[in-house]
Ligand binder design. Structure first.
Ligand SMILES: Cc1cc2nc3c(=O)[nH]c(=O)nc-3n(C[C@H](O)[C@H](O)[C@H](O)COP(=O)(O)OP(=O)(O)OC[C@H]3O[C@@H](n4cnc5c(N)ncnc54)[C@H](O)[C@@H]3O)c2cc1C
Length: 440
């Protein structure tokens, strides 16, 4: 009997609300950030309008690694058991390689995975479906509405305050509906129309800084050697042609692998190459990979690129990425530029900020208080990751570090802690701790 893959089915969202309807909050975008914000708001009985441009099932270009930070929210939103009943790859380690080919495997042992919740990898098509479907259920049960296939075209402003949105439903020639709410949450990813309105139009600030934006490209492959099974390591390779950035192999289970490459846009501009061509070259010619890809097949139509707005501090500002609020609006996830600038992880911070934005709306605090709490929580780790990204631009340093780490279990243990537990990242601030572990 064929396996029932419920995450490939349509999600029923109910009727389109009447033009002119009012809600407690409007959420633009139904990825992890928007689904979390809408779900948490609805759980507190708020009437929410959740608007998503796509129609489920929909794909999202990603590396598909879901880190430990996400799992607490997956549980709080009530889908952890359901998610774990669907196929996924359990991450038990991370392999790093440096430009000269040295490798180190940082283990994430089963008991630590339990304790520290190291994470999974599974296609975003599946992960996002589970989140959106749950939010859809919560929103509809609490007097709200959900629109799929709704493209938010206009953010409506009255006397300098965002008061709602206009949505085109039904494609290019579709009808336009307008809705209002005291709060609009921008969760539309890197091209979020709410972020554009808040940052560019209202505050007159820079939206895209190419030194803080990353280009990413992914393909799905079957049959890559060393990526079999349903648990094991994900792989991050700092290959010469890709630094500053990396080439990844993230297995998804049953022999399928997410293979991709990412690089800061400003750096990519200087190289005058395209990520797709870089990836093709690494797969075909790099001594570490060419044999592993022999006989493997790319899944047709899965080669796609997208951008990652990094949360690195801008222009020397302490711990501060980009503005994340405007009058009547809060931004979450990629719309608030919160992707980790070293690892490229963004799902966790989308969920964290989605919950925080919902809480601020519920408590009627919003605005600058939201931004202060967000930067207070995420700023230090994003700043740390930015330092690591800048360090990784030096090939000799990567070679030295990975070789050293491959020989010293104490460094591997330190890396395990750093990866699996964000609290342990505090140790990175201690130069003495780092020097002691690296040198002695
Ligand atoms: C190549 C690549 C690899 C990555 N790998 C990883 C990884 O392995 N692990 C990880 O944690 N993160 C990874 N990321 C980052 C991660 O994908 C994002 O940080 C995450 O998806 C952010 O979630 P979000 O909800 O903020 O935005 P999104 O997931 O982008 O969701 C935004 C939603 O808004 C909708 N939308 C957009 N415009 C409108 C509009 N006008 N009207 C209505 N709806 C709209 C979109 O259709 C979309 O569904 C990767 C990103 C890329 C590009």
């Amino acid at each position: 009997m064929a396996e029932v893959r419920f995450w490939e089915e349509a999600i029923q969202s109910g009727p389109i609300p009447q033009d002119g309807s009012t809600f407690d909050a409007i959420v633009v975008g139904g990825g992890p950030g928007g689904s979390a914000a809408a779900g948490y708001l609805a759980m507190e009985g708020k009437s929410v309008l959740l608007i998503e441009k796509g129609v489920w099932p929909r794909d999202k270009v990603c590396g598909d690694a879901i880190g430990g930070k996400s799992l607490g929210h997956v549980k709080a939103l009530g889908i952890k058991t359901r998610l774990e009943s669907t196929p996924h790859f359990k991450v038990t380690g991370i392999v790093f390689s440096s430009p000269n080919g040295s490798e180190v495997m940082v283990p994430l042992p089963e008991e630590d995975v339990q304790k520290m919740e190291a994470g999974y990898s599974l296609p975003r098509k599946q992960f996002d479906w589970l989140l959106f479907e749950r939010s859809n259920e919560l929103v509809l049960a609490n007097g709200g509405s959900v629109i799929q296939g709704g493209d938010v075209r206009e953010i409506n402003v009255e006397e300098g305050v965002i008061v709602g949105v206009s949505v085109r439903i039904g494609g290019r020639n579709g009808e336009v509906f307008s809705y209002s709410a005291p709060w609009t949450i921008g969760a539309g990813g890197y091209q979020c129309p709410v972020a554009r309105k808040v940052i560019k139009d209202l505050a007159g600030e820079e939206l895209v800084d190419r030194m803080h934006y990353c280009g990413g490209y992914r393909e799905y492959w079957d049959g890559v050697k060393g990526c079999e099974g349903n648990s094991g390591s994900i792989e991050i390779h700092f290959v010469d042609s890709v630094i500053p950035g990396y080439f990844w192999l993230f297995p998804l289970g049953d022999g399928r692998v997410n293979v991709g490459i990412g690089m800061v846009l400003g750096m990519l501009d200087k190289q005058k190459t395209k990520l797709k061509a870089l990836q093709r070259d690494v797969i075909a010619n790099h001594p570490l990979f060419k044999e592993r890809f022999e006989g493997a097949e790319m899944v047709a139509g899965t080669g796609k690129g997208w951008q990652l707005p990094f949360g690195s501090p801008r222009k020397g500002a302490k711990n501060q990425p980009r503005r994340s609020w405007g009058p009547g609006a809060l931004l979450v996830g990629d719309a608030a530029s919160l992707v980790d600038p070293f690892s490229g992880e963004g799902v966790g911070n989308a969920l964290v900020s989605g919950e925080m934005a919902a809480r601020h709306v519920i408590e009627g605090r919003g605005g600058d208080e939201y931004q202060q709490e967000l930067w207070g929580l995420l700023g230090p780790e994003l700043t740390n990751s930015y330092k690591m990204q800048k360090t990784s631009r030096r090939a000799w340093l990567l070679n030295w570090f990975v070789k050293k780490a491959s020989r010293k279990p104490a460094i591997q243990e330190m890396m395990t802690e750093m990866i699996a537990s964000k609290e342990a990242q505090g140790d990175l601030h201690s130069k003495w701790f780092m020097v002691k572990t690296l040198l002695f």
